[in-house]
Design a binder for this molecule. Sequence first.
Ligand code: T4K
Length: 371
Amino acid sequence: MKTDKILVTRSSMPSYEEFIEMIKPLWETRWLTNMGVYHEELENRLREKLEVPCLSLMVNGHMALELAIQALNLPEGGEVITTPFTFISTTHAIVRNRLNPVFCDIKPDDYTIDEEKLEELITDRTVAVVPVHVYGNICNVERIREIADRHGLKVIYDACHAFGESYKGQGVGCFGDVSVFSFHATKVYHTMEGGAVAFADEKLYEKLYNLKNFGIQGEELVTDVGANAKMNEFAAIMGLCNLSNIDQNIALRKERAELYCKLLNHVPGLKLPDFGRQNISYNYGYFPVLFADRESRDRVYDNLRKENIYTRKYFYPLTAEAECYRGKYSLANLQNAKQISERVLVLPLYPELDYDVIEHITGAVKRYLAS
Ligand code: T4K
């Protein structure tokens, strides 16, 4: 389908020939899902790529998060401190595990959970922390570990935006008790739909294997109230193919992010993402810009749409403000999160985005900002 719309992202694809060649054996074997050979191969390859000790593939990032939380056996009704500045999945995964989210504010510089405000939210009911490496900005993993250890809390990182990133040379999936990745079609690396849980505790592998396969241990033995969260073989093959272009795609994203920074540098009323943060190797998944106020953000968003440029307000509203959570959880002391979600806009960014399109987008942003 030919479209002249400029969307916030566009799925990267392997070559058609490579994918077709890879899926051919499935017509012979007819083994399409339930932990097939490509599932196993992809788990091994991703463990190496992400430099994590253990990894369990899942059908998508959301189920990876939901089952990762379930696997940790947290007591029902426990409180889980998390960020409201994220995709709705993060909060849903906590609530669907019959746990209570307690929302913590974020930092104005990188939009991750404010670790200095986290501790004051801890009560005797707190059982875990679910921070998010939002836009690929890595949380203060050292301080969070230290606080969590002191209070005996589990740490579950939502690393859905951080595929392939590292902090101080260590794969981002190595932090916390578990880290969860999304391989959705809109992500830097994808398997169409898919996700994974990374962890160090080997015992979790079998637990997650069970949970993603209905809790079935054998033909006559069901030990856990599991779900169906298995990645199928077509998705695993897409993942294997996409591993061969991931480094190049990240390099192409980096070039485009740098062009955005050059063209929007010093524009009054606009704050750009800082990809120069020490010790982080970025994947350039998103290009979020922060406006001075909500009015200018919305004006630019609306006018760009009229020009067929579809930016996104990731993440507005806050998850805590979602219709389904209205009146249920405290929105106190979320000033930064609230302000940022009202002023942020994510600009289109993907490896194939043409340079002249970026010039067109930035020209329009500047024009509507000044209008
Ligand atoms: N935690 C966090 C922090 C997350 O950001 C996410 C997902 C999750 C957990 C859960 O992981 P998953 O269960 O999804 O694996 C999109 C994605 O669907 C979602 O994966 C992602 N975060 C979220 C931030 O963005 P929408 O509702 O904005 O998607 P949609 O359909 O509007 O697509 C956005 C643009 O992407 C389209 O304008 C064009 C492009 N696109 C979309 C699709 C579906 C493609 O190029 N190809 C495609 O197949 O949620």
